[in-house]
Design a protein around this ligand. Structure first.
Ligand code: CTP
Ligand code: MG
Length: 181
C-alpha cells in the first residue's frame, strides 16, 4: 500500500472523529454536563463541557460519516484505491467516542489541578482519538480490524496531533477559541 493511500484512508476514517470537537467549539454554551457539581474543591468537568456542544459535535461527526459513505465510490475512484464504508453503529461511535474522550480529559484535568482552558500537552491532542478508536472497535470489531490496519493507525497517531495543533491555532487566530490548544 502506498503512503498516499494510507494517509488518505487514515484521514477518511478519522474525519467523523475530527469534526466533533470543532463543531462543539462553535456550538458550545448552555448547561454544563456536570451541572456545576464539584468533586473535592474542583469542578467535576467544568463549564467547557456542555450538553449542547456534545450533542451538536456528535451529530456533526455522524453527518460527516454519512456524507463520506455517499462519496465513497467517487473518492475511491479518484484515489485509485477502495476506501472504507462506515457501518451504521460506527457512524455514531466515532464522533461520540471523540466527545467522550475530550470529556474524560477534562475530568482528568480538573483532578490534576488544571483550570478550564489550561493546556495538557499530549492529552489534549490524543484524548479524543483513543476513545473514538475504542468505541469504533466495540461497535464493529471485524470492520475495525479490516479498516484500521497497523500503517493506518501509525499515520493517525502521527497526523492527529499535527492537525489538532493546526486547527486549534486557526480557531484561535480567527477568534472562535479562547486558547490555541
Ligand atoms: N465545548 C462544549 N462541549 C463539549 C466540548 C467543548 O460546549 N463537550 C465548547 C465549550 O464552549 C468549550 C469550547 O468548546 O469552552 C472549547 O473546548 P475545549 O478546549 O475542549 O474546552 P475548554 O473550555 O478548554 O475546557 P477544558 O479545560 O475542560 O478542556
Ligand atoms: Mg481547551
Amino acid at each position: 500500500m502506498n503512503l498516499l493511500v494510507v494517509v488518505a484512508t487514515a484521514v477518511w476514517l478519522m474525519l467523523p472523529a475530527y469534526i466533533p470537537n470543532n463543531a462543539a467549539v462553535l456550538a458550545g454554551g448552555g448547561r454544563p454536563i456536570d451541572g456545576g457539581r464539584t468533586l473535592g474543591d474542583r469542578r467535576l468537568l467544568g463549564d467547557g463541557k456542555t450538553y449542547r456542544g456534545t450533542a451538536v459535535g456528535t451529530a456533526a461527526g455522524a453527518l460527516v460519516a454519512l456524507v463520506l459513505n455517499q462519496l465513497n465510490t467517487t473518492a475511491g475512484n479518484l484515489l485509485g484505491a477502495a476506501l472504507p464504508t462506515f457501518p451504521t453503529l460506527v457512524l455514531v461511535a466515532l464522533p461520540l467516542g471523540a466527545m467522550l474522550g475530550d470529556i474524560s480529559a477534562s475530568f482528568l484535568k480538573r483532578r490534576t489541578g488544571r483550570e478550564r482552558g489550561a493546556p495538557f500537552p499530549g492529552v489534549d491532542q490524543l484524548d479524543f482519538v483513543v476513545v473514538a478508536l475504542l468505541l469504533a472497535f466495540l461497535a464493529a470489531p471485524d470492520w475495525f480490524l479490516d479498516s484500521f490496519t497497523l500503517p493506518v493507525l501509525v499515520v493517525i497517531l502521527v497526523l492527529t496531533p499535527l492537525l489538532h495543533v493546526l486547527t486549534n491555532g486557526i480557531a484561535y487566530v480567527i477568534g472562535v477559541k479562547d486558547e490555541p490548544w
